[in-house]
Design a binder for this molecule. Structure first.
Ligand SMILES: NC(=O)C1=CN([C@@H]2O[C@H](COP(=O)(O)OP(=O)(O)OC[C@H]3O[C@@H](n4cnc5c(N)ncnc54)[C@H](OP(=O)(O)O)[C@@H]3O)[C@@H](O)[C@H]2O)C=CC1
Ligand SMILES: Nc1nc(=O)c2c([nH]1)NC[C@@H]1CN(c3ccc(C(=O)N[C@@H](CCC(=O)O)C(=O)O)cc3)C=[N+]21
Length: 319
């Protein structure tokens, strides 16, 4: 079982068992949804139709309740829309997008993440290629591969899988990926443009973009709300905070040097946990009615019937 990407609206005690609609269909009119956040990032957002928000409820052992958004139907809908756009592109100009992934070394987790991306590309019709380099490769060998993909017209997006081995300068390599092909959004030009009002990055890091998309589709008002992002990495924490700010939230960032994080999070309307520590955020860190998104995943060992097996567990405990 895998956890993470958990979203909930934390409520007070459950009065009686309540059922929430979980109706969602990929055949519903796509134009009813806000645009998938891209370069056309809206500065002002209009709530979507309530009936399209897939929800279920959870009751915790202490009697607290939360409404839970299942992101999977939303992901399905987004893939459905992208597949349709790619089909139209093929029909109109005879071309389809291509993604190149560069993997240095043999990390099992990196291979798993890459396989998830390749499978998603297959599903929607994006061509993929993977360039594998040995752990011992030199910086100039890696830069050559990236430069070749920068020049290759059939490659429209480049991912250099992180983390890289220690002897390679990650920041330098990020700046060599062409900003127009930087689908991770890690190039300083893209990250900088995300941070600057009125500017538009070519790409926004995907997990933060997905987080905002979930909030928008769930009808959560962001503008003017107090939000706390736990974590500040370039992959998730920092771009999430920047995106929330672009949507006019008042944003605080909690990191490993933050004192009294529970006090800060307990004032927030929206809490996004971008840290891979299980159960870091406890129920008493959250104000009733707050919206919580957990993007963290981590492998933990769980004993059950004398078996121990790895489980990806979310970083938020509501007990
Ligand atoms: N759902 C998705 O699509 C994605 C999920 N993830 C997941 O998100 C999690 C974080 O990943 P990533 O950002 O790459 O990890 P990093 O290790 O790069 O960053 C972790 C962040 O958490 C902060 N942090 C660490 N300990 C604490 C603490 N006790 N209290 C508050 N803040 C703390 C760190 O602070 P400091 O800066 O001070 O060190 C840092 O900013 C992981 O579980 C990862 O698997 C990542 C990418 C995509
Ligand atoms: N260049 C680069 N870009 C990255 O975006 C990048 C990276 N390097 N290195 C590693 C981190 C980590 N990361 C995660 C992605 C998904 C989940 C995740 O939780 N995915 C869900 C959904 C999986 C699915 O869609 O099937 C799950 O596993 O349940 C976690 C972590 C990305 N990273």
């Amino acid at each position: 079982m895998r956890g993470g990407n958990w979203v909930g609206v934390v409520g007070r005690r459950l009065r009686k068992k309540t059922s929430y609609s979980s109706v969602h269909s990929i055949s519903s009119t796509p134009t009813e949804y806000p645009n998938i956040l891209g370069p056309n990032l809206p500065d002002v957002w209009t709530p979507t139709n309530q009936s399209h928000r897939p929800q279920s409820s959870a009751i915790f052992s202490n009697g607290n309740s939360a409404r839970i958004i299942d992101g999977k139907p939303i992901a399905k809908d987004i893939k459905f829309r992208i597949a349709g756009e790619i089909q139209r592109m093929k029909a109109a100009i005879g071309k389809s997008p291509g993604l190149a992934v560069v993997l240095v070394g043999q990390r099992r987790d990196s291979k798993t993440y890459i396989n998830i991306k390749l499978r998603a590309c297959d599903e929607v019709g994006i061509a993929t290629m993977v360039e594998e380099l040995p752990e011992s490769c030199t910086e100039s060998e890696l830069l050559d591969v990236v430069s070749r993909f920068n020049e290759e017209p059939s490659v429209h997006g480049i991912i250099v899988q992180l983390p890289l081995p220690q002897h390679l300068d990650e920041e330098k390599i990020m700046t060599v990926v062409s900003p127009e092909k930087d689908v991770d959004g890690f190039h300083p030009l893209n990250m900088g443009n995300l941070a600057l009002r009125g500017r538009q990055p070519f790409f926004i890091p995907c997990a933060p973009k997905g987080c905002i998309e979930l909030l928008l589709r769930f009808g959560v008002q962001i503008s003017g709300k107090r939000s706390v992002v736990i974590g500040r990495s370039k992959i998730v924490g920092l771009p999430t905070a920047l995106l929330l700010q672009r949507h006019h939230a008042t944003v605080s960032t909690v990191h490993s040097f933050t004192k009294n994080p529970e006090q800060i999070t307990s004032q927030a309307d929206i809490v996004v946990s971008d840290v891979g520590i299980p159960n870091l955020v406890q129920g008493n860190w959250l104000k009733p009615g707050s919206v919580v998104i957990d993007m963290g995943t981590n492998l933990v060992k769980v004993s059950s019937q004398n078996l121990t097996f790895p489980l990806a567990k979310a970083g938020i405990s509501c007990n």
